[in-house]
Design a protein around this ligand. Structure first.
Ligand code: KG4
Ligand code: ZN
Length: 347
């Protein structure tokens, strides 16, 4: 059985990351190291990720990440079989930094280079963490992505639908901003929602009237703004309870929308008669307890197993890139020094 050891690099958004993953054919993969340098503080004053600042920070931190990832794994470049790097989609300056760094390492060592689609990295994570067999249904929900995929192989995806505007994490972040809660918005809105009444404010459930698997979340922000402004006009400001009730109503709308669309995606997937039906979720929003338990119930209803990778591998990281690269490498895929960074790259 062939053992492969792959270094992965990730720099497509606001995390600079490097990781080493090893797998012996037919055995579970091992994450030998996974280093992530976040940039939250750098962008916090701007209310969002600033591409130019992100690119500069990636260029500065990539080689440090690589050194730390190798050190933690107890390996040297010469022990590796290939270098995998996120080649898109993402903020182009960051993606270019990662691709250039990987090309430099490849040119200096002669190691093969493998370009990885960031979304494929997220989508293959359940195979890295739980050795899930193809095909499985994947719901990818983060600050930047929201889509349903049937994953058939390392490069075979059927996209069932996704958001037509904002991603749910983005909606959580905007809600937090509108209510003066700290960023990232997901955890703070979830904490507020726990104290609130989800039935006091009725938020829209966009696109639920359509039979497809598409989603829309931008209307929630508009609804929230209207409700907030009305309370302020009536009472001069928001009480602690108003804020909690708004968060609870907002979160409830997302929970119910995701649950119903997952039900539909699951029916489509079940038509393929998978031998062991599995629904996997990945992305930062998968950390939300209310969303997770709603998805768990939908899976239980239809007899599918539910799985979610640990939080550190759900959010942006390089272990998923190394692993996706490893799977591509096994299929014989190789990229040359002409590998290009792609801002857009649908699966
Ligand atoms: O996957 P991720 O770390 O980065 C990308 O977007 O690629 O996801 C971050 C997003 C943020 O929008 C954050 O607010 C959201 O995930 N998030 C949550 C929770 N924890 C993080 N959303 C809802 N509930 C949470 N508990
Ligand atoms: Zn991501």
């Amino acid at each position: 059985a062939q053992t492969l050891t792959i270094l992965g690099l990730e720099s497509s958004c606001d995390d600079t990351a490097a990781a080493v993953v090893r797998q012996t054919e037919g055995e579970p993969a091992q994450v030998l190291s996974s280093i992530v340098h976040g940039q939250t503080e750098l962008h916090s004053a701007y209310g969002g990720v600033v591409p130019e600042i992100a690119a500069r920070a990636h260029a500065e931190k990539l080689d440090i990440c690589v050194r730390q990832a190798l050190e933690e794994a107890g390996l040297e470049l010469a022990d590796l079989d290939a270098i995998a790097v996120t080649a898109g989609p993402g903020l182009i300056g960051g993606v270019m930094s990662g691709v250039m760094c990987a090309k430099g390492l490849s040119a200096a060592t002669g190691l093969p280079l493998i370009g990885v689609n960031h979304l494929a990295g997220h989508a293959l994570t359940p195979r890295l963490t739980d050795a899930i067999a193809y095909p499985y249904l994947m719901l990818l929900v983060s600050g930047g992505h929201c889509q349903y995929l049937i994953v058939h192989g390392p490069e075979q995806f059927t996209r069932l639908g996704g958001t037509i505007d904002d991603a749910p994490g983005e909606a959580f972040d905007k809600t937090a901003r509108l209510l003066g809660l700290p960023q990232p918005g997901g955890p703070s809105v979830e904490a507020e929602a726990r104290e609130g009444d989800p039935d006091r404010f009725r938020f829209p459930r966009p696109l639920l009237d359509r039979p497809d698997c598409n989603l829309s979340f931008s209307g929630l922000k508009t609804a929230l703004m209207r409700m907030r402004d009305q309370i302020v006009a009536e009472k001069g400001g928001l009480t602690r309870q108003d804020r909690a009730d708004l968060c609870a109503g907002f979160q409830q709308a997302i929970v119910e929308t995701l649950a119903e669309k997952t039900r539909r995606a699951l029916s489509r997937y079940m038509e393929e008669n998978p031998p062991e039906p599995v629904v996997a979720v990945a992305g930062g929003v998968a950390a939300n307890t209310a969303i997770r338990s709603a998805l768990e119930s939908v899976c239980a209803e239809q007899g599918a197993k539910f799985t979610a990778p640990p939080h550190s591998l759900c959010t942006d990281n390089a272990a998923m890139i190394a692993y996706a690269g490893l799977e591509r490498f096994r299929t014989g895929a190789r990229d040359g020094l002409d590998l290009t960074a792609r801002p857009r790259w649908p699966l």
